[in-house]
Design a binder for this molecule. Sequence first.
Ligand code: FES
Ligand code: FES
Length: 163
Amino acid sequence: MSTVDLASSTRRVRIEINERAVEAEVEPRLLLADFIRERAGLRGTHLGCEHGVCGACTVQLDGEPVRSCLMLAVQADGRSVRTVESLGRGGLHPLQRAFIECHGVQCGFCTPGILMSIEPLVQEGRTLTREEIRHALSGNLCRCTGYQGIIAAVELALSWAHT
Ligand code: FES
Ligand code: FES
Protein backbone atom coordinates (compact mmCIF):
# COMPACT_ATOMS: atom_id res chain seq x y z
CA MET A 1 0.00 0.00 0.00
CA SER A 2 1.40 3.41 -0.92
CA THR A 3 1.53 6.13 1.72
CA VAL A 4 1.66 9.90 1.44
CA ASP A 5 4.24 11.69 3.53
CA LEU A 6 2.18 14.70 4.55
CA ALA A 7 4.99 16.20 6.61
CA SER A 8 7.27 16.59 3.61
CA SER A 9 4.73 17.38 0.88
CA THR A 10 4.58 21.01 -0.19
CA ARG A 11 2.07 23.14 -1.97
CA ARG A 12 2.39 26.29 -4.03
CA VAL A 13 0.39 29.18 -2.62
CA ARG A 14 -0.19 32.69 -3.89
CA ILE A 15 -1.35 35.28 -1.42
CA GLU A 16 -1.89 38.93 -2.17
CA ILE A 17 -0.22 40.85 0.64
CA ASN A 18 -0.61 44.61 0.70
CA GLU A 19 -1.55 44.50 -2.99
CA ARG A 20 1.55 42.51 -3.94
CA ALA A 21 1.30 38.88 -4.98
CA VAL A 22 3.59 36.65 -2.92
CA GLU A 23 4.04 33.11 -4.21
CA ALA A 24 5.92 30.33 -2.51
CA GLU A 25 6.18 26.59 -2.10
CA VAL A 26 5.15 25.87 1.49
CA GLU A 27 4.62 22.99 3.85
CA PRO A 28 0.93 22.57 4.71
CA ARG A 29 1.71 23.26 8.38
CA LEU A 30 3.27 26.69 7.75
CA LEU A 31 1.43 29.39 9.68
CA LEU A 32 0.14 32.43 7.84
CA ALA A 33 2.10 34.54 10.35
CA ASP A 34 5.34 32.81 9.35
CA PHE A 35 4.50 33.16 5.66
CA ILE A 36 4.03 36.90 6.15
CA ARG A 37 7.19 37.34 8.20
CA GLU A 38 9.56 34.89 6.51
CA ARG A 39 8.36 34.56 2.93
CA ALA A 40 7.01 38.08 2.37
CA GLY A 41 9.65 39.65 4.64
CA LEU A 42 7.10 41.78 6.51
CA ARG A 43 8.20 41.76 10.13
CA GLY A 44 5.63 44.25 11.39
CA THR A 45 3.29 41.36 12.18
CA HIS A 46 4.42 40.14 15.58
CA LEU A 47 4.18 36.71 17.13
CA GLY A 48 3.54 36.60 20.86
CA CYS A 49 1.64 33.65 22.30
CA GLU A 50 1.13 31.71 19.03
CA HIS A 51 -2.08 30.38 20.60
CA GLY A 52 -4.66 32.94 19.54
CA VAL A 53 -4.65 34.75 22.89
CA CYS A 54 -2.60 37.96 22.64
CA GLY A 55 -3.69 39.39 19.27
CA ALA A 56 -0.18 40.58 18.37
CA CYS A 57 -0.31 38.67 15.08
CA THR A 58 -3.58 40.24 13.88
CA VAL A 59 -3.77 41.03 10.17
CA GLN A 60 -6.75 41.56 7.88
CA LEU A 61 -7.87 38.74 5.62
CA ASP A 62 -10.23 39.97 2.90
CA GLY A 63 -10.84 42.99 5.12
CA GLU A 64 -11.58 41.10 8.35
CA PRO A 65 -9.17 41.02 11.29
CA VAL A 66 -7.82 37.50 11.89
CA ARG A 67 -5.11 36.02 14.06
CA SER A 68 -2.42 34.91 11.67
CA CYS A 69 -1.02 32.44 14.22
CA LEU A 70 -4.26 30.45 14.02
CA MET A 71 -4.32 30.18 10.24
CA LEU A 72 -2.25 28.17 7.85
CA ALA A 73 -0.73 29.82 4.82
CA VAL A 74 -2.54 27.31 2.60
CA GLN A 75 -5.87 28.51 4.00
CA ALA A 76 -5.09 32.01 2.73
CA ASP A 77 -4.20 30.79 -0.76
CA GLY A 78 -5.82 33.05 -3.38
CA ARG A 79 -6.95 35.54 -0.76
CA SER A 80 -6.00 39.05 0.16
CA VAL A 81 -4.09 40.03 3.30
CA ARG A 82 -3.29 43.44 4.73
CA THR A 83 -0.59 43.90 7.30
CA VAL A 84 0.43 46.91 9.35
CA GLU A 85 2.90 47.89 6.61
CA SER A 86 -0.09 48.79 4.43
CA LEU A 87 -0.98 51.67 6.75
CA GLY A 88 0.48 55.09 6.32
CA ARG A 89 1.80 54.75 2.82
CA GLY A 90 2.37 58.33 1.77
CA GLY A 91 2.03 59.65 5.33
CA LEU A 92 0.91 58.37 8.69
CA HIS A 93 -2.53 56.79 8.91
CA PRO A 94 -4.86 58.75 11.24
CA LEU A 95 -4.74 55.84 13.71
CA GLN A 96 -0.96 55.99 13.78
CA ARG A 97 -1.06 59.76 14.33
CA ALA A 98 -3.59 59.35 17.12
CA PHE A 99 -1.46 56.68 18.83
CA ILE A 100 1.52 59.01 18.78
CA GLU A 101 -0.52 61.97 19.99
CA CYS A 102 -2.16 60.05 22.86
CA HIS A 103 0.94 58.07 23.90
CA GLY A 104 -0.72 54.78 22.96
CA VAL A 105 2.63 53.13 22.23
CA GLN A 106 5.37 52.08 24.63
CA CYS A 107 7.40 49.04 23.53
CA GLY A 108 5.18 48.75 20.46
CA PHE A 109 4.95 44.96 20.45
CA CYS A 110 1.16 44.92 20.60
CA THR A 111 0.67 47.96 18.37
CA PRO A 112 0.54 46.40 14.86
CA GLY A 113 -2.11 43.91 15.99
CA ILE A 114 -4.16 46.63 17.64
CA LEU A 115 -3.98 48.87 14.59
CA MET A 116 -5.11 46.07 12.28
CA SER A 117 -7.96 45.13 14.64
CA ILE A 118 -9.26 48.68 14.93
CA GLU A 119 -8.58 50.08 11.45
CA PRO A 120 -11.76 48.66 9.85
CA LEU A 121 -13.86 50.46 12.50
CA VAL A 122 -12.15 53.76 11.70
CA GLN A 123 -12.56 53.06 7.99
CA GLU A 124 -16.29 52.49 8.46
CA GLY A 125 -16.56 55.74 10.42
CA ARG A 126 -18.11 53.97 13.39
CA THR A 127 -19.29 55.87 16.43
CA LEU A 128 -18.27 53.89 19.50
CA THR A 129 -18.69 54.45 23.21
CA ARG A 130 -15.68 54.01 25.48
CA GLU A 131 -17.16 50.68 26.55
CA GLU A 132 -17.49 49.54 22.94
CA ILE A 133 -13.88 50.56 22.30
CA ARG A 134 -12.80 48.50 25.29
CA HIS A 135 -14.75 45.57 23.87
CA ALA A 136 -13.18 46.05 20.42
CA LEU A 137 -9.74 45.96 22.07
CA SER A 138 -10.49 42.99 24.30
CA GLY A 139 -8.73 40.54 21.98
CA ASN A 140 -5.45 42.47 22.04
CA LEU A 141 -3.21 42.31 25.07
CA CYS A 142 -0.84 45.13 25.99
CA ARG A 143 1.65 44.63 28.82
CA CYS A 144 2.91 48.20 28.93
CA THR A 145 0.38 50.97 28.60
CA GLY A 146 -2.51 50.19 30.93
CA TYR A 147 -4.70 50.81 27.84
CA GLN A 148 -5.64 54.42 28.69
CA GLY A 149 -3.51 55.92 25.92
CA ILE A 150 -4.71 53.28 23.47
CA ILE A 151 -8.37 53.94 24.22
CA ALA A 152 -7.82 57.69 23.95
CA ALA A 153 -6.06 57.18 20.61
CA VAL A 154 -8.93 55.12 19.21
CA GLU A 155 -11.43 57.75 20.40
CA LEU A 156 -9.37 60.47 18.72
CA ALA A 157 -9.03 58.58 15.43
CA LEU A 158 -12.78 57.85 15.39
CA SER A 159 -13.54 61.53 16.04
CA TRP A 160 -11.31 62.54 13.11
CA ALA A 161 -13.21 60.10 10.91
CA HIS A 162 -16.34 62.17 11.55
CA THR A 163 -14.87 65.58 10.75
S1 FES B 1 0.58 35.41 18.47
FE1 FES B 1 -1.34 35.15 17.56
S2 FES B 1 -2.76 35.62 19.12
FE2 FES B 1 -0.81 35.72 20.10
S1 FES C 1 3.08 48.84 24.11
FE1 FES C 1 4.25 47.19 24.92
S2 FES C 1 2.88 45.50 24.82
FE2 FES C 1 1.66 47.20 24.26
